[in-house]
Design a protein around this ligand. Sequence first.
Ligand SMILES: [Zn+2]
Length: 176
Amino acid sequence: MKTHDRAKAAPEIGHASERLIEDRRVKDKTKTQAGTAVCERCQAVGMHKHWFVDNALYESMAGNPLVRMVVCPGCKRIEKKVYEGEVLLDSPLLAENREMVYGTLYHAAAKAFLRNPLSRVALIEEEGEQIRIVTTTCTLAERLGKAIQKAFKGKLKIKPSKDEKFVFVKWQRREN
Ligand SMILES: [Zn+2]
């Protein structure tokens, strides 16, 4: 993810995360850093078993010997192919508005990642008039489907699996 995109999405979540980080940093710096980890792949920061994205904080911690370099739970999900969502987009509009479609998907995914670094797009496939997206969380699959429906109208179906933690999201627009 590009830095400027994170910065753009940051104000929407800035309030809560900023407050938490500032409080912990100021009041309990040494203890916090000893238990802190950063992800070597996506640069997410983990504190007290909670992962979030904060560029400034990452920069301030890089190279600190008290901070562990690890692979965060979100990156592990992608590596181990732990998927919780599938989105199928189906419409001739997709090819006609490629830039807007991918812009919408990217924006929704970036926002979801900032809120919860476990939320990742693991796979995107295009075939004919369809785009198939596999995600690491249910919420992300739902967000992607809703974002596309908001931008392009059409029909959205969200079907959670009965047997496992998995959601199937289908968006379709077929009218002429
Ligand atoms: Zn990571």
